[in-house]
Design a protein around this ligand. Sequence first.
Ligand code: HEM
Length: 370
Amino acid sequence: MTSSPILKRLIKAATVVTVLLAVVLFGPDLNRATSLVDVQINQAHAQTGGNVPGNVQGRLSEAEIWRRIRQGNPGMVTIPDKQAGIMIQSKGEAWRLFRTETLGAFGVLMLFGAITFCLMFYLGRGRVRIEQGWSGRIIERFNDLERFAHWLVAVSFIILGLTGLNILYGRDVIMPLLGPEAFSTLTELGKLAHNYVGFAFMVGLALIFVLWVKNNFPNQHDLVWLAKFGGLFSKHSHPPAKKFNAGQKILFWLIILGGTSVSVTGVALIFPFQFEMFGPTFAVMNTLGLDLPTTLTAMEEMQLSQLWHSIMALVMIAVVIGHIYIGSLGMEGAFDAMGSGEVDENWAREHHSLWVEEQEKAGSSAQGDD
Ligand code: HEM
C-alpha cells in the first residue's frame, strides 16, 4: 500500500506542531530537568575526578547515579530540605523488617518472660509474708508528695505502655478482635494519649529523681543484699537495707535513665527530623574503640529513635511487671507503703532494718530537742 503525498505532508505538519507545542508548554520544565541532571552529573563527575566505574575517563555512568540515589546519598537533587532532599532510602526496608520481625519477637519474649517469672516465683515461693506477723504499730514510709510522684509516674507509664504496645502489636492482636473501624478509632485515641501523657511521665520522672536520688546511691549493704538475692528465695533471711534495698536501687536507676532516654527519643518522634542525637552519641561511643557510623541522614536518625524508644520501653515494661507483682500480690504489707504511706513496723524491720534504725534515731533526737 502506498501512502498518499497529502497524508505524508499532514503527518509532517502534525509533528512540527506537536514539537512546537511541547517546547512552548514544557520547555521551561524540560530545561530545568535537564540542567538539574547536568548539575548532578557534573557534581558527581567532580567528586570522582571524572572517573566512572572501571576507571574510564568520562561522565559518571547512569547506573552509578541511580546507585547513589538508591543508597540515599544527600545532594542528588537540589532540594534544600534535608529529608525531602533524599529520594530513596533502601535502608528503610531493613528498618521495617527489624521492627516487625526482630523487635516484635523481642517484645513478646520480654513480656511473656516477665509474666512467667512472676508466676514461677509465686508458685515456688508463695506470697512473701511478714515473718513476725503484723505488729499493729505503723511507721510512715512515704509522704504525700512522694506518693503523688510515684502514682504520676506509675499511672502515666501504664497508659504509655498499653498505648505503645497497641502501636506495636495492635494490628495483629487487637484488630482481628475489634475489626478495622473500632481498632482505628481506638488507635487514633491511643496515639493522642501516648503523645500527651508522655509529658506527665516526664514531670513525674523529674519529681521522683529529686525526691529519691539521695537514697539510691550504692553502699556496702547492697552487695550483701544482692549476694542473698534480697532473702526473697529463702524464708528466714532478711538482709539489712536502708530506705531502698539494692533491687529497688536498680529499679530506680533503670526508670530514671531508661525513662529519660525513652522521653528524649519520644520527643524526637513527635517532632520529626528536628534532632540529631545518634550521630553525636555514636561519635562519643567511638572514642571507646567502637566503629559506629557518625554521619547519619535525618531519616536514619528517626529510625534509630524509633528502635531505641521501643527497645528501652519493652525492657522497662518487663521489669515494671515484676515490680508491680512484688509491690502488690507478691509481698504482704508492701502495698501500704504507696497506698496509705504507712507500713507495719514488723514489715519495715524485716525489709528495711537500717532505715527503721535511722527513723528511730531521728525520732528520739527530735524528742530530745523538744
Ligand atoms: C499498679 C502499679 C504499681 C504498684 C502497685 C506499685 C507499688 C509500689 C510500692 C508498694 C512501692 C514501695 C516499695 C517500698 O516501700 O519499699 C513502690 C516504689 C516504687 N515504684 Fe512502684 N508500683 C506500681 C507501678 C510503678 C511504675 C509503673 C513505676 C515506674 C515506671 C514504678 C516505680 C517505682 C519506683 C522507682 C519506686 C521506688 C523504688 C522501689 O520501691 O522499688 N512503680 N511501688
